[in-house]
Design a protein around this ligand. Structure first.
Ligand code: GEK
Length: 245
């Protein structure tokens, strides 16, 4: 997809007080650069969501991309659709993201069959979905509400449907946890972020992005009804799971 790649300098100078992270206009304007330089494997995951979609998306069904931001996953899936009558629905509750996302979709070669909605994913129903994508979105939802969201997805989804869930994770083993945080920060430094940027962003995300262990995710997917689930991608403390109904 073609996106404006304005450089992320949000935390480059010292902030008097680092405020809680929000998906506002400032973030939306630099989002492609921010996420590509911050999430190891992001581009690979986007491409593979299309490949996974080819395998699972059913004719005359719906695909939901929850927390679609600027539509990278929506377009990743829509560009590889191989079934008739499928609508890909991207949902985000940040108007700044939704406006830019709609522009990206209009500028792309695959605008048919895509709908972008400004809604809270906690209020959506997933009837007739054969694929639901949560690409680094569940981590921003109150942990108390995560299981009920996944249960609703499972219950609404068609038999044989797939959920793709990507998350930043914690480790039970403290030394591995520390190692993976170090490796993630080394990845960010290698991508041009300074120690000040890394540390101020970390402060901004505290209590906003709430990570959990892989085991907690797998157990919750099972509790929601998904009896078959696996990790299909991992780079350091970033993981993508898929689970099948
Ligand atoms: C990608 N999936 O590029 N309802 C709707 N949207 C929400 C909610 C909610 N309750 N909470 C957060 N969001 C994308 C990247 S970013 C991940 C996803 C990141 C939205 C929020 O506005 C933001 O756009 C997105 O979830 C998370 O593949 O920045 O690490």
């Amino acid at each position: 997809m073609k996106e404006k790649s304005t450089a992320d300098r949000i935390y480059a100078s010292r902030h008097e007080q680092v405020r809680a992270f929000e998906f506002d206009e400032r973030v939306a304007a630099v989002f492609p650069d921010m996420i590509n330089r911050s999430v190891p494997g992001y581009g690979q995951i986007i491409n593979m969501l299309g490949v996974i979609g080819e395998r699972f998306i059913q004719a005359h069904s719906k695909v939901y991309d929850l927390g679609c931001s600027l539509g990278a996953s929506t377009l990743g899936v829509a560009s590889r659709l191989n079934q008739p009558g499928v609508t890909v629905i991207g949902i985000d509750n940040s108007m700044a993201m939704v406006e830019r996302c709609r522009q990206n979709i209009e500028a792309s070669a695959v605008q048919q069959n895509i709908e972008i909605r400004c809604e809270d994913i906690l209020d959506v129903d997933f009837k007739n979905a054969s694929m639901v994508v949560l690409n680094f979105t569940l981590q921003f939802i109150d942990p108390e509400r995560r299981l009920s969201l996944l249960k609703r997805i499972y219950n609404d989804m068609v038999q044989g449907g797939v959920i793709c869930l990507s998350e930043k994770i914690l480790f039970d083993d403290q030394s591995l946890g520390d190692l993976n945080i170090d490796l993630h920060h080394a990845f960010k430094r290698a991508n041009g972020y300074s120690d000040l940027e890394i540390s101020q962003k970390r402060t901004a995300l505290e209590n906003v992005l709430i990570p959990e262990t892989s085991q907690v995710h797998i157990t919750r997917l099972k509790d929601a009804g998904f009896s078959h689930s696996q990790i299909w991608f991992q780079c350091f403390n970033f993981v993508s799971f898929l689970a099948i109904k």
